[in-house]
Design a protein around this ligand. Structure first.
Ligand code: FMN
Length: 339
């Protein structure tokens, strides 16, 4: 929570984020998170308010190109969560162009190219953050996507591959020339994973270097973190990832602070339990009970982070096998009986 005495005279001025024809308001974006930002979670975040754009989990362009059933099913948005961006990854221009077109045909509002993922499975295929080491290839990938779809194409990058090799500004300029309509920058090197801190200086440099909108990302946990990111980097919007896990109300909290300097009380245990219950309901509706509950096992511990003496409860939550079981445990949480 922001300190009550924070000086708001330098509060950032806010206007809609414009990504080609798509207007994003509030300029707050839910980050793409594999294993998390499927339709159920994006919808939950929308229902909690304050978010302007939601981004789906990264999808392999190869898998889409070869019509892998499970990957095609990740085009899972509905009208009530718009605008929504589909994120794809790949390094072969014709293949990722085909994936971009498929996202358009499936009704996405924006196509985002992942150029920041560092996991070996992605990097081995020269995709994700590997493209930061190869700006020529990155340019071909971006140009192919821009040409293939009428939708605005965006990219999400990191600072570079490894320390001492900052590529963000170079890649951002190439992106702008290729027709990319907005750039998200996470201020860590790929090699850092989630270690160290995200560098706002890199985001500010990118903002200075290009005229297309820049979205600042990395380590925003509180409303004042978001305000600081906007103020210090001049970015046009902020993207929040991990802080939304187990707290889908974060966008509402940030927005209240940015707009009115209002510090909303943190969600109560009962509100978080209700959000977890709704999340479960949406997952089961989307994926069926067995898979939906399995997916929830990873999410549930986040919702009870703040509950004291909840080690046993957290353990139980990771072993549930039905929605009823989840709801009974959440009732205990909401009622204060967690021991
Ligand atoms: C569980 C998890 C999954 C992620 N999956 C993706 C992904 O699919 N695509 C992507 O571009 N970034 C992915 N990221 C990175 C986030 O989008 C974001 O850049 C990063 O977490 C930093 O933002 P934060 O500090 O607000 O969490 C993932 C992060 C986490 C924690």
């Amino acid at each position: 929570m922001p300190p009550a005495q924070e000086d708001r005279s330098s509060a950032p001025s806010l206007s809609p984020l414009r990504i080609g024809p798509v207007s994003v308001w509030p300029p707050l974006v839910l980050a793409p998170m594999a294993g998390a930002t499927n339709h159920a979670f994006r919808m939950l975040v929308r229902e909690c308010g304050g978010v302007g754009l939601v981004v789906g989990e990264m999808i392999s362009s190869f898998a889409l190109h070869y019509e892998n059933r499970r990957s095609l099913a990740m085009f899972d948005w509905t009208d009530d969560e718009r605008p929504v961006a589909a994120q794809i990854f790949g390094a072969v221009p014709e293949v990722i162009a085909d994936a971009a077109k498929r996202a358009e045909d499936a009704g996405a509002d924006i196509v985002d190219i992942n150029m920041g993922c560092w996991v070996p499975k992605v990097v081995r295929s020269s995709a994700g953050a590997a493209l930061l080491r190869d700006p020529v290839q990155a340019q071909s990938v971006m140009e192919a996507c821009v040409k293939a779809t009428k939708l605005p194409v965006t990219i999400k990058i990191r600072r570079g591959w490894d320390s001492g090799d900052s590529r963000a500004v170079e890649v951002a300029r190439i992106a702008q020339d290729a027709g990319v309509r907005a750039i998200t920058v996470h201020g860590r090197f790929a090699k850092q994973g989630f270690g160290g801190a995200s560098d706002p200086g890199t985001i500010a440099e990118v903002k200075q270097a290009v005229s297309i909108p820049v979205i600042g990302n990395g380590d925003i946990r509180t409303p004042s973190d978001a305000a600081r990111m906007l103020r210090e980097t001049g970015c046009d919007a902020v993207m929040i990832g991990r802080a939304a896990l187990g707290n889908p109300f974060i966008f509402r909290q940030v927005w209240a602070w940015l707009c009115d300097g209002k510090v909303l009380p943190p969600p109560s245990v009962a509100e978080l339990a209700a959000a977890a219950r709704r999340h479960t309901e949406l997952q089961v509706r989307l994926l069926g009970e067995e898979r939906g509950v399995r997916e929830m096992r990873a999410h549930l511990p986040h919702y009870v982070r703040g509950v004291e003496n909840a080690a046993k409860l957290r353990h139980e939550l990771t072993r549930v096998s039905t929605a009823d079981e989840i709801n009974r445990l959440l009732d205990r949480v909401a009622g204060g009986a967690v021991a």
